[in-house]
Design a protein around this ligand. Structure first.
Ligand code: SF4
Ligand code: SF4
Length: 170
Protein backbone atom coordinates (compact mmCIF):
# COMPACT_ATOMS: atom_id res chain seq x y z
CA UNK A 1 0.00 0.00 0.00
CA UNK A 2 1.24 3.57 -0.48
CA UNK A 3 4.17 4.15 1.85
CA UNK A 4 4.73 0.46 2.51
CA UNK A 5 8.21 -0.92 2.10
CA UNK A 6 8.36 -4.57 1.31
CA UNK A 7 10.78 -7.20 2.57
CA UNK A 8 12.50 -9.03 -0.28
CA UNK A 9 15.47 -10.63 1.44
CA UNK A 10 14.81 -14.36 1.19
CA UNK A 11 16.87 -15.25 4.28
CA UNK A 12 15.08 -12.64 6.37
CA UNK A 13 11.69 -13.82 5.14
CA UNK A 14 12.50 -17.48 5.88
CA UNK A 15 13.73 -16.62 9.39
CA UNK A 16 10.74 -14.38 10.13
CA UNK A 17 8.36 -17.02 8.79
CA UNK A 18 9.78 -19.49 11.25
CA UNK A 19 9.18 -17.03 14.14
CA UNK A 20 5.63 -16.35 12.94
CA UNK A 21 4.46 -19.94 12.62
CA UNK A 22 2.15 -19.77 15.62
CA UNK A 23 0.83 -16.32 14.65
CA UNK A 24 0.06 -17.58 11.15
CA UNK A 25 -1.69 -20.60 12.54
CA UNK A 26 -3.98 -18.28 14.56
CA UNK A 27 -4.45 -16.08 11.50
CA UNK A 28 -5.46 -19.11 9.44
CA UNK A 29 -8.11 -20.04 11.99
CA UNK A 30 -9.34 -16.43 12.26
CA UNK A 31 -10.12 -16.20 8.54
CA UNK A 32 -13.34 -18.17 8.88
CA UNK A 33 -14.85 -15.09 10.57
CA UNK A 34 -14.45 -12.98 7.42
CA UNK A 35 -16.68 -12.78 4.38
CA UNK A 36 -14.80 -14.60 1.58
CA UNK A 37 -15.65 -12.11 -1.17
CA UNK A 38 -14.73 -9.07 0.93
CA UNK A 39 -11.49 -10.77 1.88
CA UNK A 40 -10.71 -11.52 -1.78
CA UNK A 41 -11.34 -7.88 -2.71
CA UNK A 42 -8.96 -6.71 0.01
CA UNK A 43 -6.29 -9.27 -0.93
CA UNK A 44 -6.48 -8.29 -4.61
CA UNK A 45 -5.80 -4.62 -3.81
CA UNK A 46 -2.87 -5.50 -1.55
CA UNK A 47 -1.52 -8.08 -3.99
CA UNK A 48 -1.60 -5.62 -6.91
CA UNK A 49 0.52 -3.17 -4.95
CA UNK A 50 2.98 -5.80 -3.68
CA UNK A 51 3.24 -7.48 -7.09
CA UNK A 52 4.01 -4.15 -8.77
CA UNK A 53 6.76 -3.42 -6.24
CA UNK A 54 8.54 -6.80 -6.32
CA UNK A 55 10.58 -7.89 -9.31
CA UNK A 56 10.22 -11.66 -9.76
CA UNK A 57 13.17 -11.74 -12.18
CA UNK A 58 15.52 -10.91 -9.30
CA UNK A 59 13.99 -13.64 -7.12
CA UNK A 60 13.04 -16.84 -8.94
CA UNK A 61 12.62 -18.63 -5.63
CA UNK A 62 9.36 -20.37 -6.60
CA UNK A 63 11.19 -21.91 -9.57
CA UNK A 64 13.63 -23.42 -7.06
CA UNK A 65 10.98 -24.86 -4.78
CA UNK A 66 7.83 -25.79 -6.77
CA UNK A 67 6.98 -29.01 -8.57
CA UNK A 68 5.54 -27.53 -11.77
CA UNK A 69 2.63 -29.30 -13.44
CA UNK A 70 2.53 -29.01 -17.21
CA UNK A 71 -0.32 -29.88 -19.54
CA UNK A 72 -0.16 -31.81 -22.81
CA UNK A 73 -0.77 -28.70 -24.97
CA UNK A 74 2.02 -26.94 -23.04
CA UNK A 75 4.36 -29.87 -23.72
CA UNK A 76 3.51 -29.68 -27.43
CA UNK A 77 4.08 -25.90 -27.54
CA UNK A 78 7.37 -26.18 -25.67
CA UNK A 79 8.60 -28.91 -28.04
CA UNK A 80 7.97 -26.58 -30.99
CA UNK A 81 9.60 -23.65 -29.17
CA UNK A 82 12.68 -25.72 -28.32
CA UNK A 83 12.83 -27.35 -31.74
CA UNK A 84 12.65 -30.82 -30.22
CA UNK A 85 10.38 -33.74 -30.82
CA UNK A 86 7.75 -34.18 -28.13
CA UNK A 87 9.28 -37.55 -27.32
CA UNK A 88 12.76 -36.07 -26.81
CA UNK A 89 11.34 -33.24 -24.68
CA UNK A 90 9.44 -35.68 -22.49
CA UNK A 91 12.51 -37.86 -22.12
CA UNK A 92 14.69 -34.95 -21.02
CA UNK A 93 12.40 -32.68 -19.01
CA UNK A 94 9.08 -34.32 -18.10
CA UNK A 95 8.01 -36.88 -15.53
CA UNK A 96 4.62 -38.59 -15.63
CA UNK A 97 2.79 -39.93 -12.59
CA UNK A 98 0.88 -43.22 -12.58
CA UNK A 99 -2.30 -41.12 -12.75
CA UNK A 100 -1.05 -39.58 -16.01
CA UNK A 101 -0.19 -36.15 -14.59
CA UNK A 102 2.86 -34.56 -16.15
CA UNK A 103 5.33 -32.26 -14.45
CA UNK A 104 8.84 -30.86 -14.82
CA UNK A 105 11.22 -33.53 -13.60
CA UNK A 106 13.59 -31.35 -11.56
CA UNK A 107 13.34 -28.95 -8.63
CA UNK A 108 14.79 -26.35 -9.18
CA UNK A 109 13.21 -26.17 -12.61
CA UNK A 110 15.47 -26.96 -15.60
CA UNK A 111 14.49 -23.70 -17.23
CA UNK A 112 15.61 -21.41 -14.43
CA UNK A 113 18.68 -19.44 -15.46
CA UNK A 114 20.08 -17.52 -12.50
CA UNK A 115 16.92 -15.96 -11.09
CA UNK A 116 15.05 -15.72 -14.42
CA UNK A 117 13.04 -18.06 -16.61
CA UNK A 118 14.88 -18.99 -19.81
CA UNK A 119 11.59 -19.85 -21.59
CA UNK A 120 9.66 -16.88 -20.16
CA UNK A 121 7.28 -16.39 -23.10
CA UNK A 122 6.45 -20.11 -23.07
CA UNK A 123 6.27 -20.60 -19.30
CA UNK A 124 3.41 -22.74 -18.07
CA UNK A 125 0.02 -21.75 -16.69
CA UNK A 126 1.08 -22.87 -13.25
CA UNK A 127 4.11 -20.54 -13.41
CA UNK A 128 2.00 -17.62 -14.64
CA UNK A 129 -0.63 -18.13 -11.96
CA UNK A 130 1.70 -18.50 -8.98
CA UNK A 131 1.24 -17.28 -6.25
CA UNK A 132 -2.51 -17.38 -7.11
CA UNK A 133 -3.32 -14.27 -5.06
CA UNK A 134 -5.20 -12.63 -7.96
CA UNK A 135 -7.80 -15.40 -7.88
CA UNK A 136 -10.95 -15.73 -5.80
CA UNK A 137 -10.94 -18.13 -2.85
CA UNK A 138 -8.06 -16.72 -0.80
CA UNK A 139 -9.63 -17.91 2.45
CA UNK A 140 -10.14 -21.46 1.18
CA UNK A 141 -6.62 -21.65 -0.28
CA UNK A 142 -4.83 -20.01 2.63
CA UNK A 143 -3.36 -23.22 4.04
CA UNK A 144 -1.66 -23.84 0.69
CA UNK A 145 -0.60 -20.18 0.51
CA UNK A 146 1.04 -20.50 3.91
CA UNK A 147 3.17 -23.40 2.63
CA UNK A 148 4.87 -20.94 0.27
CA UNK A 149 4.86 -17.97 2.66
CA UNK A 150 8.47 -18.66 3.84
CA UNK A 151 9.74 -18.78 0.23
CA UNK A 152 7.81 -16.14 -1.71
CA UNK A 153 8.25 -12.41 -1.02
CA UNK A 154 4.95 -11.60 -2.75
CA UNK A 155 3.03 -13.97 -0.51
CA UNK A 156 4.93 -12.94 2.60
CA UNK A 157 4.31 -9.21 2.12
CA UNK A 158 0.70 -9.60 1.00
CA UNK A 159 -0.11 -11.66 4.07
CA UNK A 160 1.71 -9.27 6.40
CA UNK A 161 -0.12 -6.22 5.00
CA UNK A 162 -3.42 -8.09 5.21
CA UNK A 163 -2.83 -8.92 8.87
CA UNK A 164 -2.25 -5.23 9.60
CA UNK A 165 -5.27 -4.07 7.59
CA UNK A 166 -7.51 -6.56 9.40
CA UNK A 167 -6.02 -5.32 12.71
CA UNK A 168 -4.90 -8.87 13.38
CA UNK A 169 -1.48 -7.39 14.26
CA UNK A 170 -0.41 -3.79 14.94
S1 SF4 B 1 9.25 -22.75 -16.50
FE1 SF4 B 1 10.23 -20.82 -15.97
S2 SF4 B 1 8.75 -19.74 -14.62
FE2 SF4 B 1 8.18 -21.95 -14.69
S3 SF4 B 1 9.20 -22.87 -12.91
FE3 SF4 B 1 10.56 -23.12 -14.70
S4 SF4 B 1 11.95 -21.35 -14.62
FE4 SF4 B 1 10.18 -20.89 -13.31
S1 SF4 C 1 6.31 -15.43 -7.32
FE1 SF4 C 1 7.28 -15.16 -5.32
S2 SF4 C 1 8.89 -16.71 -5.17
FE2 SF4 C 1 8.27 -16.56 -7.33
S3 SF4 C 1 9.75 -15.15 -8.23
FE3 SF4 C 1 7.96 -13.93 -7.62
S4 SF4 C 1 8.41 -13.20 -5.53
FE4 SF4 C 1 9.84 -14.89 -6.00
Amino acid sequence: MPGNTYETNLQTIAATASEKEEENDHFLRSLKHYNGEELDAKVHVIYNDVNAAIDCTTCGNCCKTLVVNITKPEIERLAVFMNMTEEALREKYIEESLAGNTFINTVPCHFLSGTSCSIYTERFTECRDFPHLHKPGFRERFLGTLLHYPNCPIIYNTVEVLKRELKFVE
